[in-house]
Design a protein around this ligand. Sequence first.
Ligand code: ADP
Ligand code: TYD
Length: 209
Amino acid sequence: MKQRNNLFIALEGIDGSGKSTQTKLLTDQLTRQGHKVYSTFEPTNNYIGKLIRDILKGNTKADYRIIAGLFVADRLDHLLNEEYGIVKKLEEGFTVIMDRYYFSSYAYQGAHMDIDWVIQANAMSANILRPDVNIFIDVSPEISMQRLHANRDTIELFETLDNLKLVRSKYLEAFEKLKAVEQICTIDGDRTPELIAGDIWQKVASMLT
Ligand SMILES: Nc1ncnc2c1ncn2[C@@H]1O[C@H](COP(=O)(O)OP(=O)(O)O)[C@@H](O)[C@H]1O
Ligand SMILES: Cc1cn([C@H]2C[C@H](O)[C@@H](COP(=O)(O)OP(=O)(O)O)O2)c(=O)[nH]c1=O
């Protein structure tokens, strides 16, 4: 197993699976251990990400193929931008934690179009930076829906129970297809934040020098 001081970690899961919560807990843990951490997310808050969020809210209409293309473009900007790009952050020695990366496209866009097409469309990002590990927080769609309804005023385009079930199945399909080239770590997300964080930390700590 590759052991290095700064890692590139992608957190994946359906909506409400606890990615933001775990990004924060992992950031705190790594920071306490003296690591420089850059935590970030997709869709971004940059110019393409803003357009995506507008579409997800239903304010702008777009075909699913265009949405898939926008996620690819947002991702490339997120990797390569000279100011906030994560390629540069890794070179500067930061451990980068991504709340969603290309497996989100495989799962969410793959729910509406050929998953192989989505994988092809993201090949450039995968060639530029493949995560040291993709951590999948596996939550049952029913629990995730309850969490979203308990904690949010607005529910977005992809956030229905049927869609969350479909998206989860597409995640599993994508992991199966790509298991030979991707590092995938599945964590049982139907538990307390502390137990989930403990398992994530065990995995991450095993990869650090
Ligand atoms: N393990 C957990 N058990 C119960 N509630 C949780 C857990 N993890 C997160 N939550 C709550 O569920 C909601 C969604 O969590 P969040 O971290 O925002 O998920 P995501 O970023 O994957 O959408 C938040 O209100 C959060 O406080
Ligand atoms: C990164 C990414 C996100 N998405 C979707 C998943 C989410 O429904 C939505 C917004 O992501 P996000 O803000 O992470 O939502 P949440 O915190 O609820 O998980 O964007 C895609 O469809 N494709 C992608 O490539």
